[in-house]
Design a protein around this ligand. Structure first.
Ligand SMILES: Cc1ncc(C[n+]2csc(CCOP(=O)(O)OP(=O)(O)O)c2C)c(N)n1
Ligand SMILES: [Mg+2]
Length: 375
């Protein structure tokens, strides 16, 4: 037979909670309890409140660039909730705040980070999260290393890494996928396909019909889920976690969602997106869908909404006050946190606040030769 098929594949799409808030009871079995959905919905409200205030802080000149998470909260919460706090490891990019908060990252840190304060990246002890990654794609390689370490140390732990649709065009995605699958490490690649990479729509970003199918080439388990459906995201991530723990290695989850806001506060998406497209996705907002579900079950009403919103606003206000009044760091702090013991040259720099090149040529620092340097 000169021609034969050596490989065929298909990608499954999973949706459990539809756009009207109607649940597929069969598929939802053993997923989220009512109490858990209420809890996650409250988290959505808090995360959205933070998002709105961060936007306003930027517009009023008190915050640098900020990438809103608006519309993508079910991705972060469904996946983050499927991983074990204090055990599993999150390797994020920048659009999954709610997952970070679930795993113990203080909200304050995220605001500090975007206000340009590096102390936002000091992750508290016991919180298994790497700093927010701005270079697109690099974090997937870090996550591969983290998961490989778990495997080598025979630890019963799983890592998850988050990235966007655009990031799957980066070499880092392919290198990380290849290494992770060849070494069969316990890692979940979680792609938030929000349809846009800044102003580049998905169709111009890639010729493949789905992101999920990219993982097939590497031998990963691949699935596409409705990313605005808490249940589907939770179920797919839980299955991926259990598979990884059982030695089944890598899963690529493509979560279909939408960036409801601009790319960042430095962007104006009205210049490249049609209002109709945005409106159609506003109707699929995960918050609306989750609320509809809870209301249907008699677990939520206007009074609860108002009360929770008020609580979230107060919580966020307190955090904003704390961040705006955070004492300024001393310049010498830039030498902290990288080395357990500062190398000699850096210690000299810290003590004199001068680089060695300036030390060699004092005129560069506006000093006369021999002039004393203040620490
Ligand atoms: C290596 C690198 N190249 C380019 C950029 C500039 N940049 C920032 S966000 C972005 C688009 C990312 O799109 P996607 O991966 O879909 O994530 P999204 O922002 O949609 O969540 C680009 C190109 C960057 N930060 N890093
Ligand atoms: Mg994107």
């Amino acid at each position: 037979m000169p021609r034969r098929t050596v490989y065929t594949a298909q990608i499954e799409h999973l949706q459990i909670l539809d756009e009207n808030g109607v649940l597929d009871e069969q598929l939802a079995k053993d997923t989220l309890t009512d109490e858990q959905v209420v809890f996650l919905y409250e988290q959505m409200i808090a995360c959205r409140a933070l998002d709105e205030i961060a936007f306003k802080l930027q517009r009023s000149g008190r915050m640098h660039t900020y990438p809103q998470n608006k519309g993508q909260e079910a991705c972060a919460l469904g996946s983050g909730f499927a991983l074990r706090k204090g055990v599993d490891f999150l390797v994020p990019c920048y659009r999954e705040n709610a997952a970070l908060f679930l795993h113990g990252m203080p909200m304050r840190n995220v605001l500090l980070h975007w206000a340009g304060d590096e102390r936002g990246n000091q992750i508290p002890d016991g919180v298994h999260i790497t700093p927010i990654a701005i270079p697109i794609g690099t974090q997937m390689l870090h996550a591969t290393g983290v998961a490989w370490a778990f495997k080598m140390r025979k630890e019963d732990r799983v890592a998850i890494t988050y990235f966007g649709d655009g990031a799957t065009s980066e070499g880092d995605f392919h290198e990380a996928m290849n290494f992770a699958t060849v070494f069969n490490v316990p890692l979940i690649f979680f792609c938030q396909n929000n349809q846009w990479a800044i102003s580049v729509p998905r169709e111009q970003q890639m010729a493949s019909e789905t992101v999920a199918q990219k993982g097939l080439a590497y031998g990963a388990q691949c699935i596409q889920v409705d990313g605005n459906d808490l249940f589907a995201v939770y179920k797919a991530t839980t299955e991926a976690r259990e598979r990884a723990r059982a030695g089944g290695g890598v899963t690529l989850i493509e979560a279909i969602t939408y960036r409801l806001a601009d790319h960042t506060t430095a962007d104006d998406a009205r210049r490249y997106r049609e209002a109709e497209e945005v409106d159609s996705w506003k109707a699929k907002d995960p918050m609306i869908r989750t609320r509809k579900y809870l209301e249907r079950k008699g677990l939520w009403d206007d009074a609860k909404q108002a009360e929770t919103q008020e609580r979230a606003d107060a919580q966020v206000k307190q955090i904003v006050d704390e961040v705006l009044n955070y004492p300024a760091p001393h310049a010498s702090e830039m030498f902290d946190h990288m080395y357990a013991e500062l190398p000699d040259e850096l210690r000299k720099q810290r003590d004199t606040m001068r680089t060695s090149s300036l030390g060699q040529n004092p005129s560069q620092a506006g000093l006369k030769a021999g002039e004393a340097v203040r620490a």
